[in-house]
Design a protein around this ligand. Sequence first.
Ligand code: 5AD
Ligand code: SF4
Length: 452
Amino acid sequence: MNNRRFYIETYGCQMNFADSEVVNSILMNDGMTPVQRAEDADVIFVNTCSIRENAETRVWNRLKEFRSLKKDNKELTVGVLGCMAERVRDQIIDREKLVDLVVGPDAYRDIPNLLSEVDDGRKAVNVLLSLEETYADISPVRTSGNGVTAFVSILRGCDNMCAFCVVPFTRGRERSRPIDSILREIDELNHQGYKEITLLGQNVNSYKHESIDFTQLMDEASSQNPEIRFRFSSPHPKDFPIQLLHLIAERPNLCSYIHIPAQAGSDSMLERMRRPYTREEYLSLTELMKETIPGVSLSTDIIAGFCDETEEEHQETMSLMKTVEYDLAYMFAYSERERTLAHRKYEDNIPEEVKKRRLSEIIKQQMSIQEKNNLKELGNRHLVLVEGTSKRSDDQLSGRSDTNKVVVFDRKDFQKGDYVEVEVTGSTSATLIAKSIKKSSITDFYSESVLV
Ligand code: 5AD
Ligand code: SF4
């Protein structure tokens, strides 16, 4: 036991944020107290991301800033957690002298022991990956966030081996968490007043524990908690369960929003990326999503400038995005990562300025698609879950529709955590502006819209 104060700074994906909440729980059980500022902490942890080079650069810069805090406070301990841990452990400890403790994504239970090693004057490292660890019995502690929306991790690791991606190396093999522990965590969140839960995994639709698959898990979770909204991230197009589309269409609290990463739009590029589907298969899947779930909102991830990308392949990516008309896209320039198939087999041969130009063409087109999609929303009614005050004005609230669009409207008497029925009165490429109609609930809103 110890009574030190700790601070965790998190980079990267939602999964990493969920992991920091697991670490909160482990440290608090050991007697430590979370604080909100690095300056107030005895131990600083940085939960890191390796997905692109700039993610790593940000972390290195931050560690250098912490070095100056270490100069003022000789007792200060700095630890690196997460995806960068294994890949750069030697660098971290020997060369940079910035860090006392390095812990990989499957070794968080060991942090209290590792801290004792640091106390004894040693550097402490555990970067072992596991075939079983899911932290199933640990109730994550959510010290930041809005108290309304939460993430629940259901599956760790990834077996997909996309050619560009470092995740299988940083997070190890895929393993699913038992359904009982997932439902227990959801029940706890329900009692704490959470209203929206996103089930997380690097490849959520491969969830399988004993005989339970992903569709069954979504079915159980949503039927047991009818006033909680459920989302999931991220599925893989190669084995998307069609049954789940029907379930989303029928079940009011399964959100009509699917993030379905395409990465690229040509068969040749998809093959080089080791994405086992064709352009046509991907487009039939998104078509089926739109047919089965009227009004569904789709989003994607896209990489510009992957190895050997031709201008034609780039145009095919643009045309795929135009065909699907995504409501949201996360768009990146390719960044070579050590150990991946692309690093071993191909050359990172698209010049930086070409990557940038292609990426900006992709972004520009996407912004105009979003603007058009949002203009079509004028007059539509949505059920918005209020997440907090709008960034622009204290008189306005901000939340998201079932379709994951950010909606702002006048505060009136509504509060964080309310479901409010709104009508869209205006829009930009990123936001819907609306007027409130009345406070509502999932059950009321959807039974009334069926009657209409
Ligand atoms: N370079 C650029 N983007 C990448 N992604 C994954 N690896 C890389 C990389 N090496 C993107 C993919 C993935 C998202 C989480 O990050 O689009 O879906
Ligand atoms: Fe970054 Fe990927 Fe690790 Fe998430 S899993 S933190 S995106 S490298």
